[in-house]
Ligand binder design. Structure first.
Ligand code: PRP
Length: 207
C-alpha cells in the first residue's frame, strides 16, 4: 500500500491534479467524471481521497491520511495542530483573505457585524486591531450577507474579485495571502519516512 493523500475538492483540486501528474501521481480514473471519492494512483499504489477542504486537516491530524493538500486559509482556521506538519508551499490556489463591504459603505461604526466562514481568523484579526465585532458564521455565499442586511461586511477569499464585483461589494483590507500547502501526519513522518520524503521530493521537483 502506498500513501493516502487527502485532497481539497473544488478549485484547489483542479490546480493540484496537474501538479501531481507532473510528479508522476495520477488517478487511475478520471476524477471529474466520477462520483467516487477514493482513487488509486496508476503508479506507487497511492490512494487519493477527495474531500471538503475543512476536513483535510482532520484526516491528516488523526492519521487517516498520511498527507493532505489544503489551503492555508483552512489551516489557519483549523488552528494549531499537534498531529501534522506543514511541509511545502505548493504555490497553487493563490488568493487573498480579505474584508469586503458594499461599495461606499463606511465601516467606522462602533458595533460591526461580520459574516464569514472563517470565524477564528476573523476573531483574531479584529482582536489584533483592538476592535470588538459580532461574528456571524455562514457556510458559503457570504457575498449576500451584507445585501440582505445580515452583516455590515464579510471576511472571504478573493481571487479575481469578480464575485465581489458582481454583488456590489468592494474588497477592503488584506488579512493574509493564501496558497495551498502540503501537510504530513506526524506519525507517518516517522514510520513512513522514506516514502513521505520521496513523495515530497517528487512534488518539489514538479513545482
Ligand atoms: C470563493 C469565495 C468567493 C469566490 C471568490 O468561493 O468564497 O465566493 O471564491 O473568487 P473570485 O474573487 O475569483 O470571484 P469558491 O468558488 O472557492 O467556493 P466556496 O464558496 O465553496 O468556497
Amino acid at each position: 500500500m502506498g500513501l493516502t493523500i487527502a485532497l481539497n475538492r473544488g478549485r484547489i483540486l483542479k490546480e493540484c491534479l496537474p501538479l501531481l501528474k507532473k510528479a508522476g501521481i495520477e488517478p487511475a480514473e478520471d476524477i471529474d467524471s466520477s462520483r467516487k471519492l477514493v482513487f488509486q494512483s496508476t503508479k506507487g499504489n497511492h490512494r487519493l481521497v477527495i474531500m471538503r477542504g475543512s476536513d483535510v486537516p482532520t484526516y491528516v491530524e488523526y492519521g487517516a491520511a498520511d498527507l493532505g493538500i489544503v489551503g492555508k486559509d483552512t489551516l489557519l482556521e483549523y488552528g494549531s495542530a499537534s498531529g501534522f506538519y506543514e511541509r511545502l508551499d505548493l504555490g497553487i490556489g493563490a488568493c487573498r483573505l480579505m474584508t469586503a463591504a458594499p461599495k461606499g459603505v463606511s465601516l467606522d461604526k462602533r458595533s460591526l457585524t461580520v459574516a464569514t466562514k472563517f470565524v477564528n481568523i476573523t476573531r483574531d484579526y479584529f482582536e489584533r486591531q483592538g476592535r470588538q465585532v459580532s461574528i456571524i458564521a455562514l457556510s458559503g455565499a457570504l457575498e449576500i450577507a451584507p445585501l440582505m442586511n445580515l452583516a455590515d461586511c464579510i471576511v472571504d477569499i478573493v481571487d479575481t474579485g469578480n464575485t465581489l464585483k458582481a454583488n456590489g461589494l468592494e474588497a477592503l483590507e488584506v488579512i493574509t495571502r493564501i496558497s495551498s500547502r502540503l501537510i504530513v501526519n506526524r506519525a507517518s513522518m516517522k514510520t513512513r519516512f522514506d516514502e513521505v520524503e520521496a513523495f515530497i521530493a517528487l512534488l518539489k521537483a514538479a513545482l
